[in-house]
Design a protein around this ligand. Structure first.
Ligand SMILES: C[S@@+](CC[C@H](N)C(=O)[O-])C[C@H]1O[C@@H](n2cnc3c(N)ncnc32)[C@H](O)[C@@H]1O
Length: 303
């Protein structure tokens, strides 16, 4: 019994298991912030990295990154996260400023500091869902730097494999208000049934005018890129075995599911945005990013 409890404490927060991936993204955002050609600014990211024992020694600036831009981990993979951050920042801000969404829901929010660093309309509400222990770490760090959100922020501790809709509505989410949903760097960790349930829940809770962005991996066999420089360096340099954390079961076609329910969806490779913004990863041989897709969907018309 004691063993089980200590095991789950180690993997529930950011210090182990899938929680460590939130620190990996934070380190990439910290480095991106200090690049001369930065695509996104996140002043909180380095505080998260320094605030956890597991990552206290990781680089938070380009000149601290072993291998620099040539590194598959701190160069190419970190640039991937920088690009993703910028593209999804733009998507969220466009959704609230021009499309009129007034609720933002970050599913698997991790150490995403958008509530604190982006310029939100004052009547916006930002809901953040992640596991309780990840949010507890996040709040400890944010409190230590006296961070103040730029809009109302409602953190919700929940497991996204369970029924989380009740917790969201109990926290004040309003199904009549257009919402922008973000599922960044989460779905590949969930079993396919949980992904489908999540998409169905987003559909059910979305008023007309809502929008959704999410990230998926299309590979039929994720182990195809087992020996890629990106997976290998992440495993060897940080001890994070991404393939060991991903769900390996066949993935659902969530874009088709949304389209069947009246959403319009567009599917992009990250490389599309590298070309558009002028920096970020491009395709290479044996590429762990080859199957990554960023999907943007809109719910128009009547429910
Ligand atoms: C790679 S991080 C991404 C975090 C954030 N979206 C970002 O891009 O910075 C994955 C996050 O998903 C969360 N997560 C994974 N499985 C989860 C689950 N079953 N329920 C809730 N959160 C989960 C982890 O705790 C972690 O914070």
């Amino acid at each position: 019994m004691a063993d089980t409890a200590s095991l789950s404490t180690a993997t529930d927060g950011v210090e182990g298991g899938v929680g460590l991936t939130a620190l990996l993204v934070a380190a990439a955002r910290a480095i991106e912030t200090h690049r001369p050609d930065s695509l996104a600014q996140d002043a909180y990211a380095e505080h998260f990295v320094r605030g956890a024992e597991a990552s206290a020694h990781w680089p938070v600036r380009p000149d601290q990154a072993p291998g620099g831009d040539a590194s598959p981990l701190w160069g190419r993979f970190a640039r991937y996260f920088g690009l993703r951050t910028r593209v999804l920042d733009d998507f969220l801000l466009r959704s609230v400023r021009t499309a009129g969404a007034r609720q933002v829901v970050l599913l698997g929010a991790g150490l995403d500091a958008r509530a604190f660093r982006l310029d939100w309309p004052s009547d916006c509400v930002i809901f953040e869902i992640d596991r309780e222990a990840v949010l507890a770490f996040k709040h400890k760090v944010l409190d230590s730097v006296s961070a103040e959100p730029g809009a109302a922020r409602v953190p919700i501790g929940a497991d996204l494999r369970d029924d989380w809709a009740g917790a969201l509505t109990a926290a004040g989410f309003d199904t009549t208000i257009p919402t922008v949903w973000l599922v960044e760097g989460l779905l590949f960790y969930l079993p396919p049934a949980a992904e489908t349930a999540l998409i169905d829940t987003v559909d059910r809770l979305s008023a007309p005018g809502s929008a959704l962005a999410y990230e998926v991996k299309l590979e039929k066999d994720l182990t195809e890129y087992r020996d890629s420089p990106l997976y290998t360096s992440t495993r060897q340099e940080l001890g994070i075995d991404l393939l060991g954390l991903f769900s390996r079961e066949p993935r659902p076609d969530s874009a088709a599911r949304l389209t069947d329910r009246g959403w319009t969806a567009s599917v992009h490779t990250p490389f599309d945005f590298t070309r558009r913004l002028g920096r970020g990863p491009l395709p290479e041989e044996n590429d762990a990013l080859a199957g990554n897709r960023w999907v943007f969907a809109d719910r128009t018309g009547a429910t």
